[in-house]
Ligand binder design. Structure first.
Ligand SMILES: C[S@@+](CC[C@H](N)C(=O)[O-])C[C@H]1O[C@@H](n2cnc3c(N)ncnc32)[C@H](O)[C@@H]1O
Length: 273
């Protein structure tokens, strides 16, 4: 198993993680408003708990936001899937504190290997989500991953994928890193919404798209935070991001508010099977 270099970026706690979480909170605030999750999950519930597969669960930021807006009677049993052992551990701890969630199985594996990792005899899931986790994946096997996820979904169940688009500054920063920095030249492009769209079209799957546009804001006097934010976007903390991204940052500097206002574009894809 070749791990993507994400472990330290999603599990490392030795810096000002809280400020970074504040910067990206808008992603999740926007997401939980983009779709009537509460109503839909309640209607799927019937009388029992919902079975959920969280693909690329990370440190379970999304479930925290979802938990806060769910009706009281909705209960979720989440299977967790991630390549990172520290993230799986942290996600389990987080979910155990959330009133609507409990944890089922955990799978430590690459998303690309999901078709052979998920047991064939698995009970069908009511809901599967992949929130910001189809990024550092090899696109080639993702058609098979989507097929397996849709197979693992019960009829009437929902798949949710939240994914950066080619218009996002995530991609602008990563594109520049790949074209201009020696470390970036050997790295694969990030998978983006448009790749998922092509896959879903080729599979003949009906889906809906909820485009989300928002900005990450970082005050000019938080140079430390800006640096960490940018290094996390490109998953490389050895780069002098000020030098590499200077011109891009000038374009998003709001002098009246003395802050960088970095536009992001992330789409929610929903599939109802
Ligand atoms: C941005 S975080 C996910 C955030 C999380 N879904 C949430 O809502 O809080 C990305 C996660 O995907 C995992 N990941 C990235 N690439 C992966 C891959 N190819 N296979 C398995 N896991 C991967 C990382 O370990 C990380 O935990």
């Amino acid at each position: 198993m070749t791990k993507p270099k994400t472990d330290r970026y999603y599990a490392d706690e030795d810096w000002d993680v809280d400020s970074w979480v504040d910067v990206i909170a808008v992603e999740y605030e926007t997401l939980v408003r983009a779709f009537p999750f509460g109503r839909v999950l309640q209607s799927l519930s019937g009388s029992g708990s919902l079975r959920v597969l969280d693909v690329g669960c990370g440190t379970a930021i999304f479930p925290g936001y979802l938990d806060a807006i769910l009706p009281p009677d909705v209960r979720l049993i989440a299977d967790l899937f991630d390549v990172s052992e520290p993230s799986l551990r942290r996600a389990r701890d987080v979910l155990e504190q959330l009133p609507h969630f409990s944890v089922g199985r955990t799978y430590q594996a690459l998303i690309e290997d999901l078709p052979t990792t998920l047991p064939v005899e698995i009970d069908l899931y009511d809901v599967i989500w992949a929130i910001h986790s189809f990024t550092t994946v090899n696109v080639a096997p993702m058609g098979a991953v989507y097929s397996r996820l849709l197979e693992a979904l019960r009829p009437g169940g929902y798949l949710f994928v939240y994914q950066l688009t080619s218009e996002s500054y995530y991609q602008k920063f990563h594109g520049l890193y790949r074209s201009e920095h020696p470390h970036g030249r050997d790295t694969a492009p990030y998978m983006e919404f448009e790749d998922s769209q092509k896959i879903l079209e080729s599979l003949g799957v009906d889906y809906e798209v909820y485009p989300q546009r928002f900005a990450h804001e970082i005050a000019e006097n938080r140079v430390d935070l800006l640096e960490k934010y940018l290094q996390k976007v490109i998953l490389d903390d050895t780069v002098d991001v000020g030098e590499l991204f200077g011109p891009l940052l000038e374009g998003v500097y709001d002098s009246a508010r003395e802050r960088y206002v970095i536009p992001q574009s992330v789409n929610l894809i929903t599939v109802c099977k």
